[in-house]
Design a protein around this ligand. Sequence first.
Ligand SMILES: *Cc1c(COP(=O)(O)O)cnc(C)c1O
Length: 242
Amino acid sequence: MTDPRTDELADRLAATRERLDAARAAAGRTEEVDLVVVTKFHPVADVIRLARLGVRDLGENRVQEAAAKVADLAAADADLATTVRWNMVGNIQSNKAVAVAGWADRVHSVHSVKVARGLDRGRARLADENDGVGPLPVLLQLSLDGDTSRGGVTREDLPALADHVAGLEHLRLAGLMVVPPLEGEAATHFADAAEVASGLRRAHPGATEFSAGMSGDLEAAIAAGSTCVRVGTAILGPRPVV
Ligand SMILES: *Cc1c(COP(=O)(O)O)cnc(C)c1O
């Protein structure tokens, strides 16, 4: 009944879940860690396969591609579409933020007040049109090395951004996200980010999520306290060149 690609995705998904379990055991952690499967650059056919395999959290990093996939999934199988949560993990231009709120169920990559305001406005629009739309959970993306061209807010600017987001009616400040700088040890960067995440949690007790770890470094992230890993390549294979 299954095609070879579905078998491949199922095998890699199982292998990734084993890595997560082993990393949690090694870190002495018993609580679940969210797995966001990052489907960017891969076709909606893979999204459908993953959703049928029971994947709940899907991740995208480009606005247009994501919106098209969300629509294609709903058109292909409306019931299946209700079983997934879409996570925006990529850099958001402030003029695209309203659009992101049109499809995202959680946003990991808020880096500025402008982006936060756009998301808030977009979510307000959705709430006007549909009953039962609550605040959008958002994470602030931390730039550890201060090179904000790779996305994120500096640790100096983070507290003010957090206070601003916490005051927006249609957003819920859920936590911190980090992509470690290329230079240096991932483990050191994750430990550093975890400190910032606990500082954020002290100021905003609801900001409990710490989104850290990708295909190559999820063990180090879980050791540092990650509550959510974002995995693409280890499950879907190399991204097609476009
Ligand atoms: C692409 C991407 C990922 C997934 O990376 P892999 O190395 O393929 O697992 C995770 N987080 C963000 C922000 C990404 O853009």
